[in-house]
Design a protein around this ligand. Sequence first.
Ligand code: AMP
Ligand code: MG
Length: 489
Amino acid sequence: MRTVETLQFDHSFARLPGAFYTRLFPTPLPTPYLVHFNEDAAGLIDLHPKEAARPEFIDYFSGNRLLPGSEPLAMLYSGHQFGVYVPQLGDGRAILLGEVRNQAGERWEMQLKGAGRTPYSRDGDGRAVLRSTIREYLCGEAMQGLGIPTTRALSIVGSDQKIFRETVETAAVLLRLAPSHVRFGSFQIFYYRRQHELLRTLADYVIAHHFPALAEKKEKHALFLMEVVLRTARLMAEWQAVGFAHGVMNTDNMSILGLTFDYGPFGFVEAYDPGFICNHSDHIGRYAFNRQPQIGLWNLSALAQSLTPLISKEAATEALDQYEPVFNAHYTTLMARKLGLKEFRNEDVPLLLDLLRLLQSNKIDYTHFFRALGNFKQAPGERNSDLRARFIDIAAFDAWAERYRSRLLADTLPDAERKRAMDRINPKYILRNYLAQIAIRKATEERDYTEIGRLLHLLRRPFDEQPEMARYAEPPPDWAKEIQVSCSS
Ligand code: AMP
Ligand code: MG
């Protein structure tokens, strides 16, 4: 276990040519105080959990004092925002401190988010508001608990500094951890600027550090694209199966490692609605829940296009052609598990689609339904009253339940065994917006951060019953309808 001063820094990204970043220091954060510290994430960099109690911790993790051994920089990238290419973005408020190598040999980049203005800030103030850092902090751990690839967060340091968004809020700095913060947009910028040597340097760097198995292969750039396609397809399937909507799938928010990245106005589907738009400012629904799989492919096509100076058009097409079959195979595998089926068969497509239609027309909570489906009794004559009672159109449910029952009989799994398996894939707890909102309200109005800790603890084990926490599985209260989340974070 290490102290803040003895972290083993390495700086592979900072060793790249200066064209990839700007070196600069974080802007001091006035009146910093610790909001929360994530002991689990500290374990990723071998940081001793007691370190958070030291007064210096706040200075280091607010950006007020430079972490010994760090080499801070802001990364350069561009990207398609809502379908429109923006020639230069870059870390406008994030500062990469460097990479830490842990005892297991893994590298974790440490990035301060909300650490002040950079040359890429455009009109932004370089800060993040406490509200949005809490949301990112909680959702990273929630996704980790669900087994979905994600960036993590180590700490939040708050401040009394006033920040102007739609209303006046206060600033906070999040310490984010990821093996790499390279995005699709990190490649796009050098393609559009026709700086193909830099493009190659970046691709070779990412391959050497994050896809080492490809490093010696002749077609390594094409294989790299293929790997990003596969990871992204699988990630999209995971999001769709669990009901996660990202909200801002711009290419600068797409991780080259296939991680859930840059949590903004995300949301989990509650009353099932395939057209769910979690981002209040996404008026046309470009990033609606049911469009995510096709947007994933659109974004990959933008990445593939940017790699064409390094790979043939045929190789790019071949990689992109893998997307749909991989997405479909992974999504149907996950949905079969959610339904308690041993495997997904072609004839299960109508069973699944009819169920989703029923959930939509009956406005049934997606997470609740699948969790409750684990209690389905397949014996003839069983009415499954608990499930039945959730539907307005009971006859339609009964008809579906009969089809489901006969499908289950073909699998010959006893009810109890099926339930055990289903409870490992159908979470009882998700980060509902209203739960995050309660934690945010307590933090911003009362400086009470206990709810953040309670949610972290709960969401790390989303599949466990945790009966004492059952109220956290309740449907959103009426006031939750008023919550609006947008890009302004
Ligand atoms: P996002 O929508 O948070 O992924 O951000 C898109 C771009 O805007 C990135 O280049 C960010 O660094 C930049 N950005 C977002 N918020 C701010 C801010 N408050 N100050 C400076 N830059 C920002
Ligand atoms: Mg972003």
